[in-house]
Design a binder for this molecule. Structure first.
Ligand code: BT5
Length: 260
């Protein structure tokens, strides 16, 4: 189904092998199994529908047939090549933000560390799972063609949207997939060449919620609040707390209080 655009891709690693499915439980699950079985780096698993699409921390990612692009990529950076998984995470988010801005002219923003929002609503979620040392599966779900926001969304943590709802027309999955793979391939190549700073520059430019009040976990299980100031050179979120201290946040979530 995606073969037409796939044939014209300008890629070196990401998208070298494309495994397409009509319906599977989760592209991340299948990609992980393939990775463990030795599948080549850059292999992409894509499915028209997921019956058990997953988010972080065991959450669900609703994945109706035709309503989204659901894909997972196997990456195996050399040891020491990429200092932290967080970098892959930011890079994946940046690659989606760039495509949505360039292809559709949308004001897509990166919500730290790797959600993508349009008009404050979630259009894309990214799930990075490690299989082994220096082996990752990067899962990307983008809501594409929805007629309306599904009823389950009342329970969602943040209001969702889809490209069709923002653009007023349907999008072509093959074209979107092609551009995402090219974009991801470029940022991944940049990461491997030690150019994380360049990716970070783009992430900073399009970061959502700067200046907003946020809630975050302090590492000891307590929830605290502060103001999002940006990202440090390692890609950690920087939050200024009530004592005027700048706190770098590495893991967990930053909830933007006044926009959810
Ligand atoms: C994410 O988790 O945002 C990561 C989602 C990754 C999905 C892709 S699809 C391809 C690959 N294969 C998989 O099985 N997964 C990946 P998280 O930040 O935990 O957000 C999940 C939360 O977002 C849910 O608990 C809902 O509140 C909400 N949600 C569920 N489905 C959604 C959708 N389609 N659009 C927007 N929000 C959604």
């Amino acid at each position: 189904m995606y073969a037409r655009i796939y044939g014209r891709l300008r890629i070196s690693t990401v998208g070298r092998v494309l495994r397409e499915f009509e319906s599977i439980d989760s592209t991340n699950r299948v990609a992980r199994d393939l990775a463990v079985a030795g599948e080549a780096e850059g292999t992409v698993v894509v499915s028209v529908e997921q019956t058990a699409g997953r988010g972080r921390l065991g959450r669900e990612w609703i994945s109706p047939a035709g309503g989204g692009l659901y894909l997972s990529v196997i990456l195996r950076p050399e040891a020491g090549e990429i200092a932290a998984r967080e970098r892959i995470s930011i890079a994946a988010g940046v690659s989606v933000v760039q495509v949505l801005r360039r292809l559709y002219g949308l004001d897509a923003r990166l919500k730290w560390p790797n959600d993508v929002l349009v008009d404050g609503k979630k259009v894309c979620g990214i799930l990075i799972e490690s299989c082994a040392t220096n082996e990752y599966v990067v899962g990307i779900g983008i809501n594409t063609n929805w007629e309306k926001v599904p009823p389950q969304a009342d329970e969602f943590r943040r209001r969702p949207t889809a490209l069709s709802l923002e653009l007023g027309c349907k999008v072509e999955h093959g074209e979107l997939l092609g551009r995402i793979l090219e974009s991801l391939d470029l940022v991944y190549a940049a990461l491997r060449r030690g150019l994380f700073r360049a990716i970070l520059g783009r992430a900073r430019r399009h970061l959502f919620g700067v200046g907003c009040e946020v809630a975050f976990e302090d590492g000891f299980g307590a929830t605290r609040t502060g103001t999002l100031e940006g990202m440090d050179d390692e890609g950690r979120a920087l939050v200024r707390d009530g004592y005027d201290r700048l706190i770098p946040i590495t893991a967990g979530e930053v909830r933007i209080a006044d926009r959810t």
